[in-house]
Design a protein around this ligand. Structure first.
Ligand code: ADP
Ligand code: MG
Length: 255
């Protein structure tokens, strides 16, 4: 049976009738930061969406657990309340809904309809200050006309406000200039602690210069084919993915 804080086992994900994740397993222990790297189209976002319970990314077999709870059959909102969070690669705009109202609704949904929300304003302001976000950001419509950097900062702000046990961050470094990258990385490092886990999903190594992963896994063609430490990310940056493809082909040939 699965252990650790967050764990998924032999997960297969189907999108539009096509199997794009073909058996992926991973265990994240409390306090750990893991990274999944891989070429475009290898299934990283599909895995992330499947784990979060996105209805278009169906987990057709395998199991997902968080803190002892089986998430596999849960809807996305239930997974969220159980403590799982996904920062999207492509966050959607919600014209007409302000950032403040959006965050309040998300937090209220987490805490329950009758929960005390009197700390909400100070909580959000504190997190905004820490992330270098101006307070008038709260009055803007969610992701409506946001720059790439603003969208990613909002994902991190949302994570900080909700305080999940396990955060999956899908390409949170993409589209960021170096200053935005550093603040986002600071936000992740501030969030990361003994009780929670982080899974960074990224095509590039550069975020990993600012957030140190304990483990790096490589996704290829819907499978996690190799794991290592931080040095694996550096090697991928220098040498690309071809050598892993060759290694995987060799292993397949040997079996
Ligand atoms: N919503 C979707 N509809 C159809 N195909 C999709 C959808 N999302 C992902 N795919 C397909 O799934 C495969 C993996 O894509 P994705 O998970 O986005 O990879 P990555 O995040 O590693 O770049 C690709 O072949 C992609 O075209
Ligand atoms: Mg992706």
């Amino acid at each position: 049976m699965a252990n650790g804080l967050f764990s998924f086992s032999d997960v297969h994900v189907e999108v539009e009738g096509k199997e794009v994740v073909r058996g992926a397993s991973l265990t994240v222990n409390p306090g750990e930061i893991h990274a999944i790297m891989g070429p475009n189209g290898s299934g990283k976002s599909s895995l992330s969406h499947g784990l979060m319970g996105h209805p278009a990314y169906e987990i057709t077999s395998g199991t997902v657990t968080l803190n002892g709870a089986d998430l596999t059959e849960m809807e996305a909102d239930e997974r969220s309340r159980t403590g799982l969070f996904l920062a999207f690669q492509y966050p959607l705009a919600i014209p007409g809904v302000t950032v403040a109202n959006f965050l309040r609704a998300a937090l209220q949904a987490h805490r329950g309809p009758d929960a005390d929300m009197s700390d909400f304003r100070s909580l959000v302001k504190g997190e905004m200050d820490a992330l270098g976000i101006k307070h008038d950001f709260a009055t803007r419509y969610v992701n409506d006309g946001f720059s790439g950097g603003e969208k990613k900062r909002l994902e991190i702000l949302q994570m900080a406000v909700l305080g999940p046990r396990m955060a999956i961050l899908d390409e949170t470094d993409s589209g960021l200039d170096i200053d935005a990258l550093k603040t986002v990385a600071e936000g992740i490092n501030r969030f990361s602690g003994q009780d929670n886990g982080v899974l960074l999903v990224t095509h590039y190594q550069r975020l990993l210069n600012y957030v140190q992963p304990d483990f790096v896994h490589v996704m290829m063609d819907g499978r996690l084919v190799k794991s290592g430490g931080k040095e694996l990310a550096v090697k991928l940056e220098e040498q690309g993915y071809e050598w892993i493809e060759a290694e995987v082909a060799e292993m397949a040939g040997a079996n």
